[in-house]
Design a protein around this ligand. Structure first.
Ligand SMILES: Nc1ncnc2c1ncn2[C@@H]1O[C@H](COP(=O)(O)OP(=O)(O)OP(=O)(O)O)[C@@H](O)[C@H]1O
Ligand SMILES: [Mg+2]
Length: 343
């Protein structure tokens, strides 16, 4: 029982005084356990507690590739026991692959938590803190969220570079939490299994449905938002062996979808022959076989989808999903394949 242990009174005190708390620390140091226990301690005080699961890989609230907001309505055994309020699709299982998207999703859910009347919100993060990448990611998250409190789990000062500007400025408040002795490291293999199991559970009961892309907006990649280019013109400009499935003009920019990814010289040649000021290429493999988020009018994710086909003539997208298709307003295709190669 992850959620049953006690948290030091000064940590609970600090969290009770903070509307927004962010937990920072390396992998396997007990961040999720800490968030779960602090949430329980705040709930026991009668506070309205929310948790944001910003770990897009080892997700607890919502499936991998998403950031989730949950409401704590009863003591949690695991973070995932929080009652889901809203999910945002990021589309990657590592924050590195879409830093801006991850941060925007977390920031948006923090605002949402407020609107839902949650007075104490705890944000659990991924364990990426090392190196310049970790530093920039964590600081960008802190700066975008402006939390009141940072709960820091670190063993050997590895978070100090991240914390330096905040310690100097005196805010957010920084409280260091001793790393528990008993933590058990999860191997990359266990992490992958956890991800795959969570995804499989999410697709339990999924049906194959066809989305009409004249009604539903394809937000990423942004297609069907410009003037279509006639197929004869596409045939004309494409080099021998290049198959363009779709092309459209928007302003001076041209977007195409190719059956197979184009080489650099073919991309340049096409761009020139089409007289494009800007040129965006999507290969079919960026669409078919990828995980997507089906979003409602609030851009909340209704459910994940597996993209199985796209038809440019009919403008339809065939997907497997559990979502109620009548509520789908937009589709957001991510960067994560449905199944990794070799599986
Ligand atoms: N205070 C604690 N006492 C006993 N066991 C703990 C404690 N904190 C964490 N653990 C155990 O250590 C393991 C890792 O903990 P947890 O998942 O909370 O870490 P994390 O930092 O969130 O990891 P990740 O980087 O994978 O997100 C789990 O098996 C958990 O049960
Ligand atoms: Mg965790």
């Amino acid at each position: 029982m992850t959620g049953a242990g006690v948290v030091a009174p000064d940590v609970v005190e600090a969290a009770a005084a903070a509307p927004l708390t962010l937990v920072v620390g390396e992998v396997n140091l007990g961040k999720t356990t800490l968030v779960t226990r602090v949430a329980n301690a705040l709930l026991a005080r009668g506070l309205r507690v929310g948790v944001i699961d910003a770990d897009v890989g080892q997700s607890e609230v919502g499936p991998p590739t998403t950031v989730g907001l949950g409401r704590v309505v009863r003591p949690l055994e695991r973070l995932g026991d929080a009652e889901p309020v809203a999910l945002r699709f990021v589309g990657a299982t590592s924050p590195v692959r879409d830093q801006a998207g991850t941060i925007a999703a977390v920031a948006r859910l923090a605002v949402r938590a407020r609107a839902e009347g949650l007075t104490h919100v705890l944000v659990d993060t991924s364990g990426l803190v090392r190196g310049d990448l970790g530093l920039r990611l964590k600081q960008a998250k802190i700066d975008a969220l402006a939390p009141d409190l940072l709960l820091v789990l670190d063993r050997g000062g590895e978070c100090d570079p991240i914390l330096a500007p905040y310690l100097r400025a005196g805010r957010p408040r920084v409280v260091r939490v001793p790393v528990p002795d008993e933590t058990r490291a999860r191997s990359p293999e266990e992490r992958r299994r956890h991800r795959d199991r969570a995804l499989a559970a999410h697709f339990d009961g999924a049906r194959r449905v066809t989305l009409d892309l004249r009604r539903v907006v394809l937000r990423r990649p942004a297609l069907f938002v410009g003037e279509p280019i006639e197929s004869e013109e596409l045939l004309d400009v494409a080099a021998e062996g290049t198959e363009l499935l779709w092309g459209e003009r928007r302003g001076g920019e041209i977007a195409v979808v190719s059956r197979a990814r184009l080489g650099e010289s073919e991309r340049r040649g096409l761009s020139r022959r089409l007289g494009a000021q800007g040129f965006v290429e999507h290969a079919l493999e960026d669409i078919v076989g990828m995980l997507a988020g089906l979003e409602d009018a609030e851009l909340d994710m209704l459910a994940l989808a597996r993209v199985s086909a796209i038809d440019f003539e009919e403008r339809t997208l065939a997907v497997e999903t559990t979502a109620d298709v009548d509520r789908v307003v937009s589709v957001n295709i991510g960067r994560e394949p449905v199944a990794r190669r070799g599986e």
